[in-house]
Each structure stands twice: as C-alpha cells, then as structure tokens.
Design a protein around this ligand. Structure first.
Ligand code: S3P
Length: 434
C-alpha cells in the first residue's frame, strides 16, 4: 500500500487521535499480573498493542473486548501466568518485546519471543545484559537480535542498574523483572525517559521509589487492578500538530492528549521553532496528565535543537525533520543516535526521504542538519516504518506537487485511521495498492 498526498488546505477543525501506545501496552501487561479486573478505555487497537493482547492471552490471561477500545483484563495475579503453547510473536513492537522479556525473565516456564523482520533486527543486548545480571537466562541470535529464548525457572535477585542509554523500554524491563526478584531492584538513567510504567505500577498499589533519579522497587509486591483511561497519544497527535503548523491557515484542536512531562519534548522543540501550540483544559486522566492541544499555522524558524530534549521527544524526530525542512534557515539535531535503532534507522530514512523531496540534509553518526526551504513532489520510501510514512505524508500536504509514500502498511501499528484523521482537517491523501 502507498499514500498519495496532494497539496492541501488545512482548515479549522477539532479532532481526536487514538490512544497512547505506551500506556496501552502497559495496561495489558500490568493488568494481566494484577489481582482483580482492569477496565481499559481508550485502548489503542493498533497492531503493536494487539500483539501484546494476543501474547497476554497466550500466557493465560483472560481479556474481554467490549469494543475495539474498551477491554477488561482479568488479572491472573503476580504468579498466575502460564506457559504459552507457541512462540510469542510481537510483530513490529520493540516495547512489547522488551517489556515482555522483563515480565517473563522470572517466570517458572520458558518462552520464546519473536517478531517481524524489523523487530528481529533490533538490539536486545540492552535488556539481556541487566536481566542476565539478575539471574535470568536469555539466548538471542549471535548479534543480540531476536528471537529471544527465555529459560525461566530461575530465581532472580534485585540489582542496581545504571542504564547506558536513555531507554524507557530497558528501564521498564528491569523494573518488571524486579517484581519477581528477591530484594530491591533499581535503575538510574542518563536522561529522563517516559515514566508510564512507574506511574501505572504506583496506581496499582506498588511502592516505587525515586530518590535523586534512582528508581526502585521491592520484589514480590502484588498489583491491585484499577481502571485505566488511556489518553490520546501525543506521538500520534504530533503528526496532526505538524500538519496544522506548516499549513497556511490551519487552526486545529486535538482533544484529550497525554501531556506527561516525560513526553512533551516535541511541544517544547516546536515552540522553540516558533510554533503556536497552546494547552487548553489541562486535567488528569487517572495517573496521566492530559490537555486539548490547539495548534495554529506558524512561520517556523530553524536553529539548534536542545539535546537535553531528545529523550523527551524520542519518537517525534520524523515529525521534527519535516518541520525543519519547511522552516527558514537550518535546523541542527544532535545526540539522536538512538534513532538509528528504532523501527528503521530513522536518521537515514528521514534524510533519504527529504532528499527525494529536494531538501538538503547533512547526516552524521548521531545527528543531522536539515536545510529548510520548500519540499518538492516525489516518491519516497517509508522503510516499513510507521512514523517515517506518516511524517513524509504530512510533508506532502505542503509540497510543490504530489508526494507518493511507498510501503505504508505499518501505519496500522500505531495510528489506525491516520488517513481519515488527516482528511478531517483538510488533507488530501488517498491510499492506493502498491
Ligand atoms: C517506548 C519507549 C521508547 C519509544 C517507543 C515506546 C515505551 O523506546 O521509542 O516507541 O513505551 O517504553 P526506547 O525506550 O527504546 O527509547
């Protein structure tokens, strides 16, 4: 499948985007090992979270689906998971695989975790190292990629782990394994990363400490189920924000979006580029802060992007590259090496995509300089990566001519209804068979 996008007029509109991917994964996993029923509303029925749903069912957790976005997880209790009959196929989802590895490292049974071609080429050494140090036995392919064979049946002991990279997935894997370990498990991180795991554990009654950035918990604590209202995903809202910002006259309100401060780097960066972004009706939804986000067309300027904000905007760099391409002047990104091990090498994928639309991009090992100006029409490759596909499609709304984005099926992993959403604000986008 491919997108065909033609130059569009974005108008005044109010939209919603689907539920938060990170929160949806965690609601299923934590609900699955809690005591009692976890009612989830606003669940993201995208392929990534559906892979986690399927895996939890295979691990013996009963999940009732009342509708695509309303589920009830019947918690099996901390020690209630059972051996799955098959390998757990986690599709395209790094979050599912890394968090699941943490959850399964201390179980009494063995499991095998696998995924699609992209996931099976992503680095898992980053979780194997700490989990092995806790006493788990996990085998991967020789280059540290999945499938992962988790032996199970081993006793885990708490450790302190100083994360070598800013990764919420690694932090969460260690903390989840820590629930099954003897004693205290703690981590420190080089930069703050999303804290949905800590928040949800806390709202399920687990005592999670954070003293001076050292995040820890005692093993053996039981989780008490609670309702989880999933906010709309800021990472999906970011594509709509971009569409409004780079348009001529757009004024778009996106309702009920998660604004957890460990996720809002994209708002800070776009504001620093001159973007008009206002938070309205700030409130909380369970453990997470949310707001309606109003975005108005703005003349963006390039500049140096604060490297301190990278971990708080880690999934939004495809959006930011397109913002930079339409801005005046050059935009310099640094400290973004982690993007090379996402669903695709996102520095390379965005650089190639923007170049195909006439934009000059100078790439380095862990950064890029995007020369702002105009986008031309052209044909670009998504590299099978949902966020590359969506970012380049939004760029197409303001390009000089039609932009064709190839290989866009992966958009279903995180943003079902992306095209309809863009159309509802005036975007001219169609889906064609490849
Ligand atoms: C996620 C953490 C991030 C992010 C991913 C979701 C999570 O990955 O890129 O989309 O839900 O914990 P890293 O922890 O590898 O940075």
């Amino acid at each position: 499948m491919r997108f065909e996008v033609t130059p569009s007029r974005i108008g005044d509109a109010t939209v919603t985007v689907p539920g938060d991917k990170s929160v949806s994964h965690r609601a299923l996993m934590l609900g699955g090992i809690a005591d009692g029923r976890t009612h989830i509303s606003g669940f993201l029925a995208g392929e990534d979270c559906l892979a986690t749903l399927d895996a939890m069912r295979q691990l013996g957790v009963e999940v009732e689906t009342h509708s695509a976005t309303q589920l009830t997880v019947h918690g099996a209790g901390l020690n209630g998971l059972r051996a799955p009959e098959h390998h757990l196929d986690l599709g395209n989802s790094g979050t599912a695989m890394r968090l699941m590895a943490g959850l399964l490292a201390g179980q009494p049974f063995a499991t095998v975790l696998t995924g699609d071609e992209s996931l099976n080429s992503r680095p898992m050494g980053r979780i194997i190292t700490p989990l092995t140090r806790m006493g788990a036995a996990i085998e991967s392919d020789c280059d540290g990629t999945p499938p992962l064979q988790i032996s199970g049946g081993l006793r885990l002991a708490g450790i302190h782990y100083d994360l070598p990279m800013a990764s919420a997935q690694v932090k969460s894997a260690v903390l989840l394994a820590g629930l099954y370990a003897e004693g205290t498990t703690s981590v420190t991180e080089p930069d703050i990363t999303r804290d949905h795991t800590e928040r949800m554990l806390t709202s399920m009654g687990v005592s999670v400490s954070n003293s001076g950035g050292r995040i820890g918990l005692e093993g053996g604590q039981r989780l008490k189920a609670c309702a989880v209202d999933v906010p709309a995903d800021l990472s999906s809202a970011a594509f709509v924000m971009l569409a409004a910002l780079i348009s001529e006259n757009g004024d778009v309100l996106i309702e009920g979006v998660g604004i957890n401060p460990t996720r809002t780097g994209v708002i800070d960066i776009l504001r620093s580029m001159g973007g008009s972004i206002e938070l309205e009706n700030e409130r909380t939804m369970g453990a997470e802060p949310v707001a309606d986000i109003r975005v108005r067309a703005s003349a963006l300027q390039g500049g140096l992007v604060d490297p301190e904000l990278v971990s708080l905007a880690i999934d939004e760099f495809p959006v930011l590259f397109v913002a930079a391409a339409t801005a005046s002047g050059n935009t310099e990104f640094s400290g973004i090496g982690e993007l090379r091990v996402k669903e695709s090498d996102r520095i390379a994928a965005m650089s190639a995509g923007l170049r195909a639309l006439g934009v000059q991009v100078d790439e380095s090992a862990d950064g890029a300089v995007v020369h702002g100006g105009m986008l031309s029409g052209g044909v670009v490759e998504s590299q099978g990566d949902h966020r590359i596909a969506m970012a380049l499609a939004v760029g197409g709304l303001v390009a000089g001519d039609t932009v064709v984005v190839d290989d866009v099926a992966a958009v279903e992993t995180s943003f079902p209804g992306f095209c309809e959403c863009l159309r509802s604000i005036g975007g001219e986008i169609s889906i064609a068979e490849q």
